[in-house]
Each structure stands twice: as structure tokens, then as C-alpha cells.
Design a protein around this ligand. Structure first.
Ligand code: ADP
Ligand code: MG
Length: 238
């Protein structure tokens, strides 16, 4: 149960409305991409779903439950950021285990969970290494693994690949799509890169200036852009 619903969600900072009332349903198990130019409100939207930012108005539901007033830890979501925070003094195993902090999972079970997740993301041979012995892609996988140990039903990712070089980014895109298929979880993925959006998403939510300009499959968005903005952004003829 991991559908995400936004109903008339609004966000203002002081006098400024950065998210106009938006309605959005993210299907359970989908790979939904929020895409749009810098400053259009992607991160704010994601942070409201995560509970890191409180909406000024409207309601947010996850798995049919109203979570609008719940703290991040009780929403069943995990967030993976652009600047993945890895603790330099902890080895890979400890870094991943850190995701289980305050969960009350017993030590033996923790170890099992960490090993299982490490295997899923291909870090089994790196568990004893310190972060400075890892490549950028491996570090990104540690951040993913840390989010995964709680087995969240919803993964929220804010430009998680933007610090990687082009080749690695390409590779990690494919890895994330594959991981999504294996986990069967709901992914909400933020990027400003239309190529990334179109190649990864099963559903594309195109935003501009705090509004949703189109919400469609990649094919539909490409072949039937709903407006001039969508056509320009996607680079298809209007
Ligand atoms: P995106 O992720 O699409 O680049 P953001 O959601 O980060 O956009 O920002 C949307 C708008 O809200 C921007 O104009 C940004 O300056 C503004 N904004 C974001 N966070 C804050 C904040 N804490 N205080 C004031 N303005 C903010
Ligand atoms: Mg952002």
C-alpha cells in the first residue's frame, strides 16, 4: 500500500506561493519522475511528501493514510538526496546500519538486514571498506542501501545522480530502473534533466512555476504534449 496522493497541496514561503494548489496521484509501484526547470518546486513537493516541509494547505496521503501531520519517520518513506551524506569515519557496513537507527531492530537481525541489502545493491565485497576507498557510484549505492534497510514502500529521490560524472550517471540510471523493478516499491524521482526523466520514468509529472503542466506517460508526453511549455521542454514539435 504505497500510493501517494496530494490534494490541493499549497506551499508559501512568506508572501511567495511556490506551490500552487496541486493535485497529484502517484500510483503504487510506479517510477514517477517530477521534472521541470530549476526553481519550479520539485524539491519542495518532494520534501512535503517526506514530511521535511509542512504544506501551507491541502492534504497528503500515503497508502490511503492521511500523513499530513505525521513526522518523516512515521510515513514509511525514505529519502535519497543529491548530496548523499556518508559518514567518513564509519565503514560501509556501519553506514548502512545507520539507516536502522532508532528502529529497535535487534543487533543480530540488523546484521542480516545489512547483508541482504548490501547484496541487492552490489556492495557485499565492500562492507569493511571506509568511504574514501569507494568510487562515486559505490558511495551513491551506500546512500541507497541506507535508505533501503528500513524497507520503505516509497522512495523519494532528489537529483540523486547529479554529482556523478556523465558515464557513471548513465550507468546508475539503468541500475535504479532495475532496482525499482526488483523492489516493487514506489519511486518518486526528481530531476531537471528531461533525458533522464524520459529514460527512467513510467510516469512523468512536468512542473513549471509551482504548477503541474502535464502528468503523463513518457510516450504520451512526447507525442501529445498538452501545451507549448511541455512541447518545448520535451523538445517535440508543438
Ligand atoms: P526545484 O527543486 O524545482 O529547483 P525548489 O522546490 O527548491 O525548486 O524551490 C521552489 C521555489 O521555492 C524556489 O523559488 C525557491 O527559491 C523557493 N524556496 C525553496 N525553499 C525555500 C525556503 N526554505 N524559503 C524560501 N523560499 C524557498
Ligand atoms: Mg531541487
Amino acid at each position: 500500500m504505497s500510493r501517494v496522493d496530494l490534494q490541493s497541496v499549497v506551499k508559501t514561503f512568506g508572501e511567495r506561493t511556490v506551490i500552487e494548489p496541486i493535485d497529484l496521484t502517484v500510483d503504487e509501484g510506479s517510477f514517477t519522475v517530477l521534472v521541470g526547470p530549476s526553481g519550479c518546486g520539485k524539491s519542495t513537493t518532494l520534501r512535503m511528501i517526506a514530511g521535511l516541509e509542512q504544506p501551507t494547505g491541502g492534504r497528503i496521503g500515503i497508502g490511503g493514510r492521511d500523513v499530513t501531520s505525521l513526522p518523516p519517520g512515521e510515513r514509511g518513506v525514505a529519502m535519497v538526496f543529491q548530496n548523499y551524506a556518508i559518514y567518513p569515519t564509519m565503514n560501509v557496513e556501519r553506514n548502512i546500519e545507520y539507516g536502522l537507527k532508532n528502529t529497535g531492530v535487534a543487533k543480530a537481525e540488523r546484521r542480516e538486514l545489512v547483508e541482504e541489502i548490501a547484496e541487492t545493491v552490489g556492495l557485499t565485497d565492500h562492507l569493511r571498506k571506509s568511504p574514501d576507498q569507494l568510487s562515486g557510484g559505490e558511495r551513491q549505492r551506500v546512500a541507497l542501501a541506507r535508505a533501503m534497510v528500513r524497507k520503505p514502500a516509497v522512495f523519494l529521490m532528489d537529483e540523486p545522480l547529479s554529482n556523478l560524472d556523465a558515464r557513471l550517471r548513465q550507468h546508475m540510471r539503468a541500475e535504479l530502473v532495475d532496482l525499482h523493478a526488483r523492489l516493487g516499491a514506489t519511486f518518486i524521482y526528481v530531476t531537471h534533466d528531461q533525458v533522464e526523466a524520459m529514460s527512467m520514468g513510467s510516469r512523468i509529472v512536468l512542473m513549471d512555476q509551482g504548477r503541474i503542466m502535464q502528468d503523463a506517460s513518457p510516450l504520451e508526453l512526447y507525442t501529445r504534449p498538452a501545451n507549448t511549455f511541455a512541447a518545448r521542454f520535451i523538445g517535440s514539435p508543438p
